[in-house]
Ligand binder design. Structure first.
Ligand code: GSH
Length: 221
C-alpha cells in the first residue's frame, strides 16, 4: 500500500489531492509541525534522511521531492493526468512540473525568510535588520515575484489549465506555490486568471476530499 508521509499545512497536501483525483488506494502517516519552529518533527527522518515532506513509501520504494512523487504516482496510474508523449501539451506539462519547485518556490521562500528576520533579531538590532529586510524585499524580492506572477497570469491566457485544455498533474503541482503566493505575497491582486484557477482547483471534489483527509491546511479557502 502506498503511504504518504504527510506534514500538516505543507506541500504534501497536493500529493493527497493527486491520489484523490486518480482514486488510487493510499494511507496517510501524519506528522505535526513543531508549533514554535514550524519545522517537521525528527520522526520524519526515519522516512527520508532530509526529514522533509512529502515522502511516499510504496512496496519497498521511497520517493521524495513532490515533482518526482507526482511522476511516480502518474506512472503508477498508467499515465493518467499526463498529456501523451511528443505533444506540445506534454512539453508544457514537464515545464510546469519543474517550474513549481525549481523557479517559483525559491523567491517565495526568500520572501518568507526576510519577512521573519526582524522579529527573530536581537532587540538592539531590530530597526537596522528591519531596514535591510524591507530594502531587500522592495529592491529585489518583490520585483522577482512580480515577474513570475505576471508570467503565470499571461500563460494562463493560453489555455484553461497549465498544460492545455485538460486538467493535469501539472495543475496539482502548481497549486501549492500559487496558494502560498496568494496568502503570503498578494499574488491575486490584479491577476484574475490566477484567482479563477485557484477557485476552480479548490472547488474540485477530489481537492475537498484531500483537505478532509489531510487535516489543517491554511492555504485553502
Ligand atoms: N522541494 C521539496 C521541498 C520539501 C519541503 O521543504 N517540505 C517542507 C513542507 S512545505 C518541509 O518539510 N518543511 C519542514 C522542515 O523543513 O522541517 C519538495 O517539493 O518536496
Amino acid at each position: 500500500m502506498l503511504t504518504v508521509h504527510h506534514l500538516n499545512n505543507s506541500r504534501s497536501q497536493r500529493v493527497l489531492w493527486l491520489l484523490e483525483e486518480l482514486e488510487l488506494p493510499y494511507e496517510i502517516k501524519h506528522y505535526r509541525r513543531n508549533p514554535k519552529s514550524q519545522l517537521a518533527p525528527p520522526e520524519l527522518r526515519a522516512a527520508h534522511p532530509l526529514g522533509k515532506s512529502p515522502v511516499v513509501t510504496d512496496d519497498g520504494a521511497t520517493v521524495a521531492e513532490t515533482g518526482a512523487i507526482i511522476e511516480y504516482i502518474v506512472e503508477k496510474s498508467g499515465g493518467r493526468l499526463r498529456p501523451p508523449a511528443g505533444t506540445p501539451e506534454r512539453l508544457r506539462w514537464t515545464y510546469w512540473l519543474h517550474y513549481a519547485e525549481g523557479s517559483l518556490m525559491p523567491p517565495l521562500l526568500v520572501r518568507l525568510i526576510f519577512s521573519l528576520l526582524p522579529s527573530r533579531s536581537p532587540a538592539f538590532m531590530r530597526s537596522i535588520v528591519r531596514a535591510i529586510s524591507s530594502r531587500t524585499q522592495a529592491g529585489y524580492i518583490e520585483p522577482q515575484l512580480k515577474t513570475h506572477f505576471d508570467f503565470i497570469e499571461s500563460e494562463l491566457g493560453r489555455s484553461s489549465w497549465f498544460a492545455g485544455e485538460e486538467f493535469s498533474a501539472a495543475d496539482v503541482m502548481m497549486s501549492f506555490p500559487l496558494e502560498a503566493a496568494a496568502v503570503r505575497a498578494n499574488a491575486l491582486a490584479g491577476r484574475p486568471r490566477i484567482k479563477a484557477l485557484l477557485e476552480r482547483i479548490q472547488a474540485r471534489p477530489a481537492y475537498r476530499r484531500a483537505l478532509e483527509k489531510g487535516g489543517p491546511y491554511s492555504y485553502a479557502s
